[in-house]
Design a protein around this ligand. Structure first.
Ligand code: PHB
Length: 257
């Protein structure tokens, strides 16, 4: 793959172009994309043109680019995330009908939680989580569940890095985080009141596949509304999702054999 003078490959530059799109930047001019991707304007304009021609990006009436449906199609259909989301959705729907707030599914990706799905009620309280958005492990209930089950190297790396304080009650002390992770392992769920924002509490449980934690299922509630019924609903849902994952691994194994 041809490298530019700065040493990055065409693939690196394309990924940087695609990574400029987020919930706050869904439609951007090629000039803005180039700037946000840290690319010379001529390179950015050329890459955007090539990506539009291949359908990875689309252009709106004003000439601004947005992520194309083709990219969604290619990214989704072969992804491991799709199987997990499909296994989880029926049970997530039941949790959502019971809590009528927010129900979400997250996985560990790098040193963050990446959210694959979120169901919400129109009258639900605050929640900063977005589908395909990320939250820090130490600050969110899903993150705490995933970190509590992560390899020791990940835990130590997170503990050694600065623990960003997102709200007054975010755990930003490594010793306190170590104790919180021990609590999550002991209880089998995480409660994070006022950790992301003062007004809400996250509650999350692990989802296991063949013995390993592969995801976290969580709810976000207005502060003070957390209770044992929520934990029980999440646990029932996690058990159902685990059964569905086990069934699909058996089906896959049958096809592979
Ligand atoms: C959480 O998972 O703890 C969480 C996530 C998003 C929020 C609040 C809490 O807005």
């Amino acid at each position: 793959m041809a490298n530019s003078r700065s040493g990055d490959s065409v693939i690196d530059r394309i990924v940087r172009v695609l990574a400029t799109f987020d919930a706050e930047h869904t439609e951007q001019t090629p000039t803005d994309i180039s700037r946000r991707a840290g690319l010379p304007a001529s390179t950015g304009h050329r890459l955007v043109g090539d990506l539009v021609r291949s359908g990875v990006l689309e252009r709106d009436e004003e000439g601004r680019a947005r992520v194309g449906m083709r990219l969604w199609e290619l990214a989704t259909r072969g992804s491991m995330a799709l199987g997990l989301r499909q296994a989880a959705l029926p049970a997530m729907g039941r949790v959502q009908a019971a809590v009528r707030q927010h129900t979400q599914l997250g996985v560990l990706d790098g040193d963050q939680v990446l959210f694959l799905e979120r169901l919400s009620h129109p009258d639900a309280g605050a929640n900063i989580t977005r589908i395909a958005g990320r939250l820090p492990l130490h600050a969110s209930s899903s993150g705490l569940v995933l970190l509590a089950a992560a390899p020791a190297a990940v835990v130590e790396r997170v503990l050694a890095a600065p623990l960003e304080r997102l709200a007054a009650e975010t755990i930003d002390d490594p010793g306190a985080l170590r104790r919180k992770l021990a609590e999550v392992r002991r209880l089998g769920y995480a409660v994070a009141p006022g950790s992301i924002e003062a007004v809400s509490t996250g509650v999350a449980v692990p989802i296991r596949d063949r013995g390993s934690v592969v995801a976290a299922l969580g709810v976000v509630l207005p502060r003070g509304e957390e209770n044992d019924r929520v934990v029980a609903a999440l646990r029932d849902a996690a058990a159902e999702i685990e059964l569905s994952l086990a069934r699909s691994s058996t089906i896959l194994a049958t096809f592979e054999s």
